[in-house]
Design a protein around this ligand. Structure first.
Ligand code: AMP
Length: 444
């Protein structure tokens, strides 16, 4: 099936061909005809499925069909709400790319940068506005945007917007839009809150779901490396160095923890930078650009900052800390293995995180293979501690509970079965049996 056969106009087909897309992805095949018909849509699609083009291409086509004729400032006719600045910037870039042969204007507005240049753009007239909810409401408050002519509303990564506490802002924005409009809601998961939001908002929506709720992409190989907390950083440096990884996205739990980890990696001779909500938008954009350009080998990110990062062919994602919320694991590893490429997602898991690991495995309905790395074996005498305050204890290697945890012979795969049966690892996981496979198993 081609993009043309989906009923897209030539300008759009030329633009996607220029991007190198020949075949529509499953979500595009399903969503594009529905959106072109003008129907509301509820799309269950995890990131990396091509959902952005799935809604952007038909949205552009529909706007062309009702091109603004009148005099005066062009009204905003399509509004895309996203949870993060990065995703807003990314979606706006896609709108620009796909709409490059059409006379439509678009821009992104988000917080963390000066509001005035955004006002200047809005004054000139914008057809498609991509926005984070908070900054959009700032503009509404300052009367720099009028939303009364919006024909199409897109809620992108709606589950994440709700997780981030945007529900009131979203409801306020919806209250400013015309009742009669087309609404498209995309979400990786369909929680009760999402259903509640969609009930009042969507009119007989078409439901499409391309990846089952909370499934991980088949193209991503997943593995857990059991390791003591105080050896995580050394293991990370070792894995990057010995495998000669060139581009690794590393997830850390806290802003402070990501800064510290980036600094420690630099001390280990690995070029790294951190990206999180405390950094200025300029610093975040720069860090991402350097990472994409290969100037920086490791980007350490928190969950929120990483939303919407779209890096072509990102081969490795590392969970330095497991996320508190199991769904975030799915989002994190969705950064790799995108658009048909293969990816590898590693989790460095210490004994404190076994409960989180179980939650993740329950959610994704599969056990993740465990593999210890020689020299980084877990010390079976270490007892789990509460996760709280964990970030402060992640520096360097050395002693823990009075026992030296060395890393001689590091790098070899560990033979299984050395931990005493009292080890929490033995009680809660089948780590030893799994590590015996000596292989990184791909689960389908
Ligand atoms: P998304 O899920 O929208 O974040 O898209 C994931 C990635 O897939 C992006 O890098 C897109 O550029 C890419 N992509 C989108 N549609 C296609 C397609 N039909 N063929 C190949 N790559 C695509």
């Amino acid at each position: 099936m081609s993009f043309q056969s989906l009923g897209l106009r030539a300008e759009l087909v030329v633009a996607v061909t220029k991007k190198g897309y020949n075949t529509p992805t499953p979500i595009q095949k399903q969503a594009i005809p529905i959106i072109l018909e003008g129907r509301d849509l509820m799309g269950g699609a995890q990131t990396g499925t091509g959902k952005t083009a799935g809604f952007t291409l038909p949205l552009l086509q529909r706007l062309m069909a009702t091109e603004h004729q009148g005099k005066g400032r062009r009204p905003v006719r399509a509004l895309v709400l996203t949870p993060t600045r990065e995703l807003a910037a990314q979606v706006a870039e896609s709108v620009r790319d796909y709409g490059q042969n059409l006379p439509l204007r678009s821009t992104a507005i988000f917080g963390g940068v000066s509001i005035n240049p955004q006002k200047q753009k809005l004054i000139k007239g914008i057809d498609i506005l991509v926005a984070t909810p908070g900054r959009l409401l700032d503009h509404v408050g300052q009367r720099s945007v009028d939303l009364s002519k919006v024909d199409i509303l897109v809620l992108d990564e709606a589950d994440r917007m709700l997780d981030m506490g945007f529900i009131h802002d979203i409801r306020k924005v919806i209250g400013l839009l015309p009742k009669n409009k087309q609404t498209l809601l995309f979400s990786a998961t369909f929680s009760d809150e999402i259903k509640k939001l969609s009930n009042g908002l969507l009119k007989s929506p078409a439901l499409i779901e391309v990846a089952r709720k909370n499934t991980t992409a088949d193209s991503v190989t997943q593995i857990v490396h059991p390791v003591d907390k105080n050896l995580k950083r050394k293991l990370l440096s070792y894995l990057i160095g010995s495998n000669n990884w060139k581009q690794v996205l590393v997830f850390a739990r806290t802003k402070h923890g990501s800064d510290r980890l980036a600094k420690q990696l630099i001390t280990d001779g690995i070029k790294a930078s951190a990206i999180h909500g405390n950094k200025s938008q300029g610093a975040r954009t720069r860090a991402l650009a350097d990472f994409k350009a290969g100037k920086v080998r490791v980007l350490v990110a928190t969950d929120i900052a990483a939303r919407g990062l779209d890096i072509d062919q990102l081969p490795h994602v590392v969970n330095f800390d497991l996320p508190n919320i199991a769904e975030d694991y799915v989002h994190r590893i969705g950064r790799t293995g995108r658009a048909g490429n293969e990816g590898e997602a590693m989790s460095l898991v210490c004994v404190d995180e076994l409960g989180l690991l179980k939650d993740i495995e329950r959610l994704i309905k599969r056990e993740i293979p465990k593999q210890e790395i020689d020299g980084f074996e877990v010390d079976p005498t270490i007892k789990p501690e509460p996760i709280k305050g964990r970030g402060r204890q992640q520096q360097g290697g050395g002693k823990r509970n009075g026992k030296k945890t060395g890393n001689k012979n590091k790098g070899k795969r560990k033979a299984p079965g050395k931990s005493p049966s009292s080890s929490p690892w033995n009680k809660r996981t089948s780590s030893n049996k799994r590590s015996n496979t000596q292989n990184r198993t791909r689960h389908r």
